[in-house]
Ligand binder design. Structure first.
Ligand code: AMP
Length: 428
């Protein structure tokens, strides 16, 4: 039997309602902050991610889906959307008429990872980027927007960790001190952390390995290496989060995986999903545009949230609320038209009229008898059945049956009363 590819996931009709609810929040929340939607292609040149995400990262080094197309160009299925959005901003010179640009996105990403609960090879991210401001107000705005999306999606029990990793210069000093400390404790470190010691020692700080955690516990604190300006900027962000009634924890061990971050980094986590506990996060990336070849320095800050993990949490919540996780494959419909094959044209005429007025209608497409069609009416929770049988056609009427009260009336087929009665019953 043909099956979906490992690490991908079919969203079946029984699950789609969760997605639609979230997508509704994605469409409405960023707009309340003045963000516009952008949609970029799923495929990009490989070079975009090598330059925009960084060769040293796991995403680029190990996880990208790369192929050569028929023109022998190296193409990559996007593993994230910040670099594509940045590319579009540069390509269309979107900052030319206004100094800042606020964009949000929602779409599929692809990473060749070992699939497990909450980790797939094709997954979705909702995110936003705020370009053109180097000021901490924009960092706070982005964190508040992400937090509001999680709240509006009714995600239960999430926490927000924030940190500042300072400027490149501050980080260089800290990196030296940290490397010395890690070197002194290298016997106790995990193999991965020992390997990363020269290339990216900061990554050891958020390592999940128990032996690393013990060493990191007493490691030098990056916040002690920030200059006055960086500290002030971090303080203002905290004040703005408090003013916006957002709870957070300062976590000096949070560095996140990407090469291009500076100053602010943040992450949303949950205790309810086991090892895949990160719901999403982001940070400030003032150097990204330069890596993409832009000669104008363009500060930016953004976030990405993993939608599959939000859905997993929403499902958990609905299980505790004891709603039915195995909801049937039938979409609820207002009305069914019960008839026989010889009157199918009338059925289609009536259905068209009702649908044009916003009433949902199910009609039989299997040439079955009345009994089966009434069974369908129950399955789709229809409130109204419109019957077009032999006697109705003879009298040029339609029978409207109220399936809740089990009452029925006849109306003239040409009469506008049909619509009124159906609407009246549906509204209850
Ligand atoms: P990142 O771009 O790596 O910071 O990821 C942001 C968020 O996307 C993570 O916190 C996850 O919620 C989600 N995410 C990343 N990789 C995957 C994946 N392979 N499967 C499902 N969700 C993912």
């Amino acid at each position: 039997m043909l099956k979906n590819i490992k690490g991908t996931h079919d969203i079946l009709p029984s699950e789609v309602a969760y997605w639609q609810k979230m997508e509704q929040v994605f469409r409405s929340t960023p707009q309340k902050f003045g963000y516009q939607e952008i949609r970029t292609p799923i495929i990009e040149s490989t070079d975009l991610f090598v330059r925009g995400v960084g060769e040293g990262t796991d995403v680029v080094g190990k996880e990208m889906y790369i192929f050569n197309d028929k023109g022998n160009d190296s193409i990559t299925l996007r593993p994230e959307l910040t670099a594509p959005v940045a590319r579009a901003i540069l390509q269309y010179n979107m900052l030319r008429s206004y100094p800042t640009c606020r964009l949000w996105y929602y779409g599929s990403c692809f990473r060749y990872e070992q699939p497990q609960l909450g980790r797939q090879r094709q997954f979705h991210q909702i995110g936003a980027e705020c370009l053109g401001s180097q000021f901490p107000e924009s960092d706070a705005e982005i964190i508040i927007l992400a937090n509001t999306i999680l709240r509006n999606c009714e995600v239960p029990a999430f926490t927000l960790n924030i940190n500042s990793i300072g400027t490149i210069e501050e980080r260089q000093v800290y990196r030296k001190v940290l490397t010395e400390y890690l070197n002194d404790n290298s016997d106790t470190l995990s193999e991965d952390s020992r390997k990363r010691m020269s290339s990216n020692p900061l990554r050891t700080l958020d390592s999940k390995e128990p032996q690393d955690k013990a060493v990191v516990e007493s490691a030098p604190n990056i916040l002690d290496y920030l200059g006055a300006e960086s500290s002030d900027r971090f303080s203002l962000i905290q004040e703005l989060l408090r003013a916006s009634e957002i709870d957070f924890t300062i976590n000096p061990r949070l560095v996140r995986g990407l090469d291009y971050y500076s100053h602010t980094v943040f992450e949303f986590r949950t205790d309810l999903l086991g090892s895949q506990d990160a719901l999403g996060g982001g940070g400030r990336y003032d150097d990204l545009f330069a890596s993409l070849g832009s000669s104008t320095p363009t500060p930016g800050v953004g976030f990405g949230l993993g939608v599959e993990r939000l859905i997993l949490l929403a499902k958990k919540l609905s299980e505790t609320n004891s709603s039915d996780p195995n909801a049937p494959y039938y979409s609820p419909v207002d009305t069914v038209i019960v008839s026989s094959p010889e009157y199918v044209k009338s059925v289609y005429q009536v259905a068209t009229k009702l649908r044009s007025k916003g009433i949902s209608v199910l009609t039989d497409i299997q040439q079955r008898g009345f009994k089966a069609q009434f069974r369908d009416a129950e399955k789709v929770h229809a409130k109204v059945a419109i019957i077009i049988g032999e006697s109705e056609v003879e009298k040029n009427v339609l029978t409207i049956k109220n399936l809740i009260l089990r009452e029925q009336v006849e109306v003239n087929a040409q009469d506008g009363a049909l619509l009124q009665i159906v609407q009246y019953i549906i509204r209850g």
